[in-house]
Write a protein that binds this ligand. Structure first.
Ligand code: AMP
Ligand code: MG
Length: 427
């Protein structure tokens, strides 16, 4: 770790940089303050206290079929059973079940005491008038426990069913609802400052003058931050001057995390690293052997060096300005730091396997992350099929918008052949 923005002679590889980030993420990680939100608003939030089952799940032995509750041994003799009653979902438990009898039952209803299985409607014949008799048709036989879920088989009253730190998805909302949690305690979202830099940038609503372009990174990063569980705080774009950068960084350091885009390459107007250094930044790396994103800078402001910084340090990422480089480096590294600040369980970037449709070349000293399109239903039960999207490079937003993932071409790979099993990073 250096206190000055010295470009490393030998940059870390993707894996090395990723471990550095993971380690530092733990160091700057903290337990955020909690707040209560309605369950309906909780998707994407991080649970701040466990959810416990308020009663057994299921709360009664639940039939999973429409049919007849019975004793498996009796029914499997294929003799007639008297239908002793009928129950549907929502009715209080009935029974007990008399000997040599069955109980008509609907899916979701409590299985009457004494019954140990449910014969499916499709597997029985009915005889006689209502209430009548039923018989399990050969060759069907029943095992005890078939077509019912015993009370408490999923969870017992008081069991922790959702731990602190999970990112709440639809499946967790369903379970919390089943346990009566109309309101849940979640961590407050970390505030992530997004500082775009560059003299060429104008806001989305403005008409660009000659040589100017619209700021597309601000909105893109805000979306990525929100997706990753953070609260984006978009600052006004800073010009490529020391004064502007110093002022903007001075403001941004109050955030929980800081993303800066542009100005981290080796050009004459790449002034971000010196500005960070003036603020007392500690650099963990300044460059990674990846493409795109090689100039990526990662570090933190220590509270001792900067009174405005967070107690455990305010982490920052200086992302290269090219939009695809910004997106890739945030997804690869920024999400790890953010997860740690958000109080969520570490999971790492979502890499999955796919089958490569067409050959792709590698680079000797760089891991490539190539915008690609993955088809998730290739047919034939094969892996998802991925192909790169034709592109004009890391600034080609039109091509990026046609992609849904990055293909990983590991460092030192001469080429990935068509048909190879490859890793992709989902966007
Ligand atoms: P830089 O990293 O500042 O050298 O910028 C690299 C490229 O990304 C240049 O072509 C910039 O114009 C472009 N760029 C930088 N910041 C943004 C932004 N916020 N939105 C869109 N393009 C940008
Ligand atoms: Mg620039």
């Amino acid at each position: 770790m250096s206190a000055a923005p010295v470009r490393s002679a030998s940059l870390p590889s993707y894996d090395e940089a990723s471990s550095i980030v993971a380690e530092r993420a733990v160091e700057v990680g903290r337990r955020p303050a909690a707040e209560r939100v309605d369950l309906g608003e909780a998707v994407g939030r991080v649970l701040a206290e466990p959810v416990r089952a308020d009663r057994d799940q299921p709360p009664f032995p639940r039939s999973t079929r429409d049919g007849f509750a019975c004793r498996a041994a009796e029914a499997s003799q294929h003799k007639s059973l008297i239908v002793a009653g009928s129950i549907h979902a929502g009715q209080p438990p009935a029974g007990p079940l008399p000997e040599k009898a069955a109980w008509e039952i609907m899916t979701g209803a409590p299985v009457p005491a004494g019954a140990d299985a449910v014969a499916m409607l499709e597997h029985v014949e009915r005889a006689g008038k209502v209430p009548g008799k039923i018989r399990l048709l050969p060759p069907h036989v029943l095992e005890p426990g078939e077509n019912l879920v015993p009370q408490g088989a999923e969870a017992r009253a008081g069991d922790e069913v959702l731990p602190t730190g999970i990112r709440i998805g639809a499946q967790h909302i369903a379970l919390a609802a089943a346990c009566g949690c109309a309101v849940v305690r979640v961590f407050q979202r970390p505030r992530v400052a997004i500082l775009t830099t560059g003299d060429e940038l104008v806001p989305v609503g403005a008409e660009p003058g000659p040589g100017q372009i619209r700021n597309s990174n601000g909105g893109m990063l805000a979306a990525l931050v929100a997706q990753a569980g953070g609260q984006p705080w978009i600052l006004p774009t800073a010009a490529d001057t020391d004064r502007d950068l110093d002022e903007a960084l001075g403001q941004a350091v109050a955030a929980d995390m800081l993303l800066i885009t542009g100005g981290v390459s080796a050009g004459k107007f790449d002034l971000v690293e010196p500005a960070l250094a003036r603020m007392g930044a500690r650099f963990h790396f300044t460059g990674v052997r990846i493409q795109p994103g090689k100039p990526l800078v990662f570090g933190h402001f220590a509270e001792s060096k900067h009174p405005g910084a967070q107690k455990r340090g305010t982490p920052f990422l200086g992302l290269p300005g090219n939009p695809i480089s910004s997106a890739a480096t945030f997804l690869l590294f920024g999400t790890q730091v953010l997860a740690s600040l958000a109080g969520s369980r570490p999971s790492g970037p979502p890499f999955v396997l796919a089958r490569l449709a067409k050959e792709v070349k590698g680079k000797p000293n760089l891991t490539r992350f190539v915008p690609s399109y993955c088809k998730f239903n290739p047919g034939g039960g094969d892996l998802p099929e991925v192909r790169t999207v034709p592109s004009q490079g890391s600034g080609d937003l039109v091509s990026f918008a046609r992609s849904n993932c990055f293909l990983v071409v590991p460092e030192g790979t001469d080429r990935l052949k068509a048909g190879a099993t490859v890793r992709i990073l989902l966007v």
